[in-house]
Design a protein around this ligand. Structure first.
Ligand code: IPE
Ligand code: IPE
Ligand code: MG
Length: 241
């Protein structure tokens, strides 16, 4: 099997199980998130080295605001730390050909101002010569994303640039945060749950799913390799035979 030739162009990862990992150790959930953030950095780097051209990590959903305020704050603090670190290491990321992008409603009032500012700064500085695009989904929801696309299309119709009968799938795709990127070929979800939880719901129409019982903070590069190997053995038919 020629694994390298069949590598997925885009892998989505639903980071999950941080809370249970901490609970198993008698630690606060925030410690699980801290460990999860370390694993995120390791897998991100490894995937880039392996030549995966697009990655999307689900870090915080539009539904995650319903968690206790201390937990939400702990996650936002980790996100802030990551942004500072990425800003400091931007030359290193550039050398590695990594482009970091953020998807989700990061301009919402609910996002702390300094985080919003850092996000825009990092995106503006990200170079155009890159081999890996890393999308980090924060305050992201698939339904919210489709709604955003629909509003964009409606505005174009209102302004007379488009007729309703001329709307195509491409118009919707162009209104998504992932516009211009390939759809995820493979979606990985650790921690024993078999659901999308509002992740890339438009883009995942033909994605392959890979689940594992490993909790995200215990997820290793070997687990990542296993997911890719399994993916390479799948027969994708896209409705054909
Ligand atoms: C991390 O795992 C995902 C985030 C929403 C940050 P969880 O916090 O969902 O951990 P479990 O699934 O409750 O164990
Ligand atoms: C999905 O995980 C959201 C992220 C990974 C950011 P959740 O842990 O929030 O999903 P549910 O609530 O179990 O569906
Ligand atoms: Mg979870």
């Amino acid at each position: 099997m020629d694994y390298e030739r069949n590598l997925p162009a885009h892998i989505g990862i639903i980071m999950n199980g941080n809370g249970r990992w901490a609970k198993q150790r008698g630690l606060p959930r925030s410690d699980g998130h801290k460990q999860g953030a370390k694993v995120f950095k390791q897998i991100c780097e490894y995937a880039g080295d392996r030549g995966i051209s697009h990655l999307t990590f689900y870090a915080f959903s539009t539904e995650n605001w319903s968690r206790p305020v201390e937990e939400v704050m702990a996650i936002m603090n980790l996100f802030r730390e990551y942004l500072f670190e990425a800003e400091e290491r931007k030359n290193e990321n550039e050398q590695k050909g990594m482009k970091i992008r953020f998807i989700g409603d990061l301009d919402s009032e609910i996002i702390p101002r300094d985080i919003n500012h850092l996000v825009h700064m990092l995106e503006a500085e990200s170079s155009n010569k890159f081999k890996t695009t890393v999308n980090i989904a924060v305050n992201y929801g698939g339904r919210q994303e489709i709604l955003k696309a629909v509003k964009g299309i409606s505005q174009r119709i209102k302004n007379g640039y488009l007729l309703p009968e001329d709307i195509t799938e491409k118009d919707i795709e162009e209104g998504l945060y992932t516009a211009g990127q390939p759809d995820p070929d493979l979606i990985i979800r650790p921690s024993g749950e078999f659901r999308l939880s509002n992740f890339l719901i438009w883009q995942s129409a033909y994605s392959e799913f890979w689940y594992s019982d490993v909790l995200w903070p215990d997820f290793t590069t070997q687990d990542f390799d296993r997911a890719i190997e399994d993916y390479c053995l799948r027969n994708r038919r896209f409705g054909g035979i």
